[in-house]
Design a protein around this ligand. Structure first.
Ligand SMILES: Cc1cc2nc3c(=O)[nH]c(=O)nc-3n(C[C@H](O)[C@H](O)[C@H](O)COP(=O)(O)OP(=O)(O)OC[C@H]3O[C@@H](n4cnc5c(N)ncnc54)[C@H](O)[C@@H]3O)c2cc1C
Ligand code: SF4
Length: 510
């Protein structure tokens, strides 16, 4: 007879590390692990094929590793005939069949998932112990404490607090390099000559497990966005470590300078491509930053690059998580600009004349990846200027990127990119005309539109919509000192020009 189960440890698809807090006291004699693949996680938004493949393959690899250790794993396969399709339903079955004395899990990344698992535990009158996620530098409590009593939240202050707390890039009380932030050195473009020879990305040929998952995803989610033909993401910890080391060696030195640059057809540039490995917890952010700081200490990478990279992970990644948990569940419904337009259908196909959008959406559908500036200043900017409903924009970002998990995707989309939280997360709306894209890329050279024009046949839609956005929102934007320069430029336009722009913007919005 199987002995009674002490703990059933719940491991979600984005908690794939054996050093997870839920597993610290795992006892193979008395405990079991529960993992479930369910349709709901691929269908609550229409998860792109690359994204579903990544999660399912990484989960299967992780479960195989645990079984190798002779740990008992209760695993629901998505295509099992008795799979009920939801996490709650599968957990309910596992509890009924195994009668554990207690449930343990690491804090999940999704508010929705937390609520549904809590509800199952309470239906069974079972204690669900939720442990801090140690794959972050701060806890949600730290963030709440930081936020208490502040009129305004800003990344910079939380980031500095974490630099002090962790000692990362610090010399005693002072930042290494004499300044906290090397942002101004991190806005280079590739110039007319382009990026030249770029380091090859670290990609992995699908093994038997991944090939099986690809077949399954192609059948089960045939109508979901994107293609999975090019799948090469890390699905194991070993592969994630290889990606990290290759980044430190080949890309980190130029990461800072070219962080914001774009180039037609160049998907990978000098970025790390580590977000999915970090978000699935195949990597711990501490080991990632230790490796970057070591590169600085050895003289392999300059401070501008290393600080720029540290700021993304110790700063933005921790900050957005705090914003998410402090403001959910209401955050997802915020729409302070009252934007209700539908998302243009070309976001799902990439079929548009606008070269920058075609490139960013095309690579997103092919690889499940676009770098930050493509997300913020191309796809995000266009949706903001067009007045798309933030919820629709959110559903798109959550569906199409391999690194998309709600705690990180939602504040980035709704707060930073769409300014739909009215400035809770970002100090100003990130708005610019087509000229910004022209400065940071070569897209405009091959586009039928002209970024300098706002009216007429060849006017760049970004430029038209930019002026129209400033004009429409000028009263509320005037209260923000960071927008004054942009409004000053708007005021240089004559009223006739503004009317023509407004008419052209209405055509784009119709
Ligand atoms: C509209 C929008 C949606 C986004 N959705 C997601 C998402 O679903 N998942 C996600 O991980 N990131 C998201 N980001 C943040 C950022 O774009 C990605 O983390 C980054 O592009 C991933 O590529 P990379 O690993 O090559 O990053 P790099 O440019 O190499 O940066 C290094 C690491 O820093 C972290 N990072 C960088 N910027 C941010 C940020 N703004 N917030 C949180 N972490 C950051 C990531 O872990 C990333 O791997 C979004 C940004 C925007 C503007
Ligand atoms: S002209 Fe406008 S639409 Fe065309 S690539 Fe440049 S910014 Fe994009």
């Amino acid at each position: 007879m199987t002995p009674p189960l002490r703990h059933l440890v719940l491991v979600l698809g984005d908690q794939l590390n054996q050093d997870a807090s839920a597993l610290t006291d795992f006892d193979a004699e008395q405990d079991a692990i529960w993992m479930a693949e369910v349709d709901e996680e691929s269908t609550h938004v229409k998860s792109a094929k690359q994204r579903s493949t990544l999660f399912l393959s990484a989960m299967r690899h992780f479960a195989a590793d645990l079984r190798q250790k002779n740990w008992r794993v209760m695993y629901s396969a998505i295509d099992a005939s008795d799979n009920v399709g939801t996490l709650a339903g599968e957990l309910d079955k596992a509890i009924t069949a195994n009668r554990p004395a207690k449930l343990i899990m690491t804090a999940p990344g999704d508010w929705r998932v937390l609520q549904s698992l809590r509800a199952v535990a309470s239906q069974h009158d079972l204690l669900l112990e939720i442990r801090d996620d140690t794959h972050f530098f701060s806890t949600v409590r730290d963030f709440t404490q930081h936020a208490n009593g502040r009129k305004q939240l800003r990344l910079e202050f939380f980031y500095r607090e974490l630099r002090h707390k962790t000692g990362i890039l610090m010399e005693g009380d002072k930042p290494i390099g004499g300044q906290w932030n090397f942002d101004a050195d991190n806005r280079g473009s590739f110039g007319k000559q382009g990026p030249g020879a770029l380091p090859a990305p670290t990609r992995f040929a699908p093994d038997a497990i991944t090939q099986e998952v690809i077949r399954l995803v192609q059948q089960r989610f045939a109508h979901h966005p994107g293609s999975v033909d090019s799948f090469g993401w890390p699905v194991t910890r070993e592969q994630a470590l290889e990606t990290l080391h290759a980044f430190i060696l080949h890309r980190l030195p130029s990461f800072g300078l070219y962080q914001d640059a774009m180039w037609e057809g160049e998907v990978w540039l000098y970025h790390s491509h580590l977000s999915c490995a970090l978000n699935l917890k195949l990597l711990n952010p501490r080991e990632v930053l230790n490796a970057a700081v070591e590169a600085l200490n050895k003289g392999h990478a300059p401070i501008e690059a290393v600080e720029g990279f540290v700021r993304q992970i110790l700063g933005w990644r921790e900050y957005v998580r705090g914003i998410y948990w402090m403001n959910m569940p209401g955050y997802v419904d915020l729409n302070t600009s009252n934007a209700h337009a539908p998302l243009p259908s070309f976001y799902w196909t990439g079929e548009t004349d606008m070269a920058c959008l075609r490139d960013a959406i095309g690579q997103t559908l092919t690889h499940g990846y676009a770098h930050h500036i493509q997300r913020l200043m191309v796809t995000g900017l266009y949706a903001l200027l067009l007045g798309v409903s933030p919820k629709e924009v959110h559903a798109w970002y959550l569906a199409v990127y391999v690194d998309a998990v709600e705690w990180v995707e939602l504040p980035n989309t709704l707060g930073m990119s769409q300014f739909a939280d009215g400035g809770l997360m970002a100090s100003k709306p990130y708005v610019a005309s087509g000229k910004y894209i022209d400065r940071m890329s070569n897209h405009c050279k091959g586009c039928r539109f002209n970024p300098a024009e706002s009216i007429g046949e060849t006017a760049c839609p970004f430029t038209t919509l930019y002026w129209d956005y400033l004009n429409k929102h000028s009263d509320s934007l005037a209260k923000n000192p960071r927008m004054l320069m942009q409004l000053k430029n708007l005021n240089r336009l004559s009223n006739d020009t503004k009317s023509l722009i407004a008419a052209q913007a209405r055509q784009l919005q119709s």
